[in-house]
Design a protein around this ligand. Sequence first.
Ligand SMILES: Nc1nc2c(c(=O)[nH]1)N[C@H]1C(S)=C(S)[C@@H](COP(=O)(O)O)O[C@H]1N2
Ligand SMILES: [Mo]
Length: 332
Amino acid sequence: MSRLHRDRGFTHPIPSEITPRTVYEERRRVLQTLALGGAGAALAAWAGRDALAQAATRPGKLAALAAAPSAVPGASTLDKPTSYQDASTYNNFYEFGTDKADPARNAHTLKTDPWAVEVEGLVKKPGKYALEDLLRLNAQEERIYRLRCVEGWSMVIPWVGYSLSELVRRVEPLGSAKYVEFLTLADKARMPFLGSRVLDWPYVEGLRLDEAMHPLTLLAFGMYGEVLPNQNGAPVRLVVPWKYGFKSAKSIVKIRFTEKEPATAWNKAAPQEYGFYSNVNPLVDHPRWSQATERRIGEDGLFAKKRKTLMFNGYEAQVGQLYSGMDLRKFF
Ligand SMILES: Nc1nc2c(c(=O)[nH]1)N[C@H]1C(S)=C(S)[C@@H](COP(=O)(O)O)O[C@H]1N2
Ligand SMILES: [Mo]
């Protein structure tokens, strides 16, 4: 035991209160495995070293949200996850400011308890879901998704949630329902930037019903094994990994089923630049810049190469058929 401690640079256990939770748990796991002795112990120590390096960037202050790895095709990737530090401090959440660092600085004013999501419109079973009930509606899964922002950067985040389709099935859409609209919180008391006119608040997003039903479309409650930090869209958001990041609405309060295509916030703000579909597409440039490459956050050193952006953000095998026969230049 003492050799392990020397190797890893600390000499005695630190109380869990002042240790990031994952470090604490990993340490306990290593100590337990050590009791078995021999080669197993050496292996555990080696594995623990990696986990410690990763956990060092984790706050570990938020409530744990346990999840089993997802079996949905495409729900995992070998790409290295972005550090928690980067994923929680480089954000777009305009209700809290337009600078990437603003949401992490300002979103502490977002009270998320109590929270409810109202389901309305063309469904047989409309209703208001308390967050607790939404959390329990289905088993939580961990999905490691790439998220590609329209601005040209990307991240890889282990989200926790379940397919939006689980909720959609339960509310039983009517035959006339063709689209799903997502309305997010707009509360001046909790969101300092709502006075600004950059967007028409509330932030609204939308999906075609078949997109909303696709198993990859995630209703997310957490990331990195914990509940979402406010700046990433607590307590519940969407993650649509094959679309530009702005389709992934944060801090959702209402889900509405409609016959007509919803008017979305970015499409209203600049219709020539942001279409309704907004599928990641390296062949269709934004009017003011190319979409052919991206910068992976965390790889932005002087010599870091840009990555090629993939069709549908790399999820073409899973979602390509949703758009067969559509002119993706017209329906951008
Ligand atoms: N309500 C709301 N949701 C939002 C946004 C926003 O400004 N307001 N920004 C979007 C954009 S542009 C991106 S890239 C993603 C960023 O999510 P992340 O901060 O978790 O990476 O959130 C999306 N969801
Ligand atoms: Mo974005």
